[in-house]
Every structure is written in C-alpha cells, then in structure tokens.
Design a protein around this ligand. Sequence first.
Ligand SMILES: CSCC[C@H](NC=O)C(=O)O
Length: 136
Amino acid sequence: MIKPIMHDSNFLTQKSMTATKNDQAVLADLRDTLTAHQAECVGMAANMIGIHKRIIICQMGILPVILVNPTIVKKSGPFTTKEGCLSLSGERTTTRYQQIEVSYQDQNFNPQRQQFSGWIAQIIQHEIDHCDGVLI
Ligand SMILES: CSCC[C@H](NC=O)C(=O)O
C-alpha cells in the first residue's frame, strides 16, 4: 500500500527497532511507496512511512532492493557531499564513505553480508542513518 511520507522531525529523529518476520507488510508498503515516488526518490527507510522498524529500500539500477536490520560493519574512503531527502526540504552537507560492508537480512529474512561502493553505498548510508534517527 502506498503510505504518506512523514515530515515530523520529532518522529524522524527516534531510533527504529529491530525488524522481524512479522513486519512483512512493511516491506510491501516500502516497495509500493518508493515506486510511487521513484521520480524524486532513490531510497527510503521504514520510519519515512511511519514505522519505526529497521528496514530500508534502495533503488539499485531498476531494481528496488530491501535490506532488513542493516548494519555497517566496515567503511573506508570518507568524502563530503550534499544530499536531499524526501522528508526534508533542501539539500544538506554530509560525510559519507566510498566503500562499505553491510550485514543485513534480505527480503526473505536470510542473513547476508555484502560490500557496496559509490552511489549505492551512499544511498544505503543515508537510509541506515534514518534507522538511527539521524537526518542529513
Ligand atoms: C543520496 S541518498 C538520498 C536518499 C533520499 N531518500 C531519503 O531517504 C532520496 O533523495 O531519495
């Protein structure tokens, strides 16, 4: 189901909780909502649609990929950049890392560990920050 986008910074700065298999519906809602906003949005975290669970979705090429309970376990190559966010107005300067290694569960809740770099790594870092209540 397409959900409304949250803009309340009190809500968005709270930390999200560990997701479980009971949160399957959130995965579908994130897919539907990202698809509805794909012209202006490359990634979302569940709290952006009102759910404080650690679930993110990132546009990887044409494929939206879901990462459940993602954690950055390694990072290298810091750089400064500007980002926007569907939940905020304007762009803000932030520090990101070129390369990251992420442990997470996939959409079937199977454990995964994967390296990402460049633009996709940047989107994942932005969305994991959302899970921690950190806004750009
Ligand atoms: C560079 S990461 C930007 C991510 C942002 N989405 C919000 O969480 C967006 O503009 O899609």
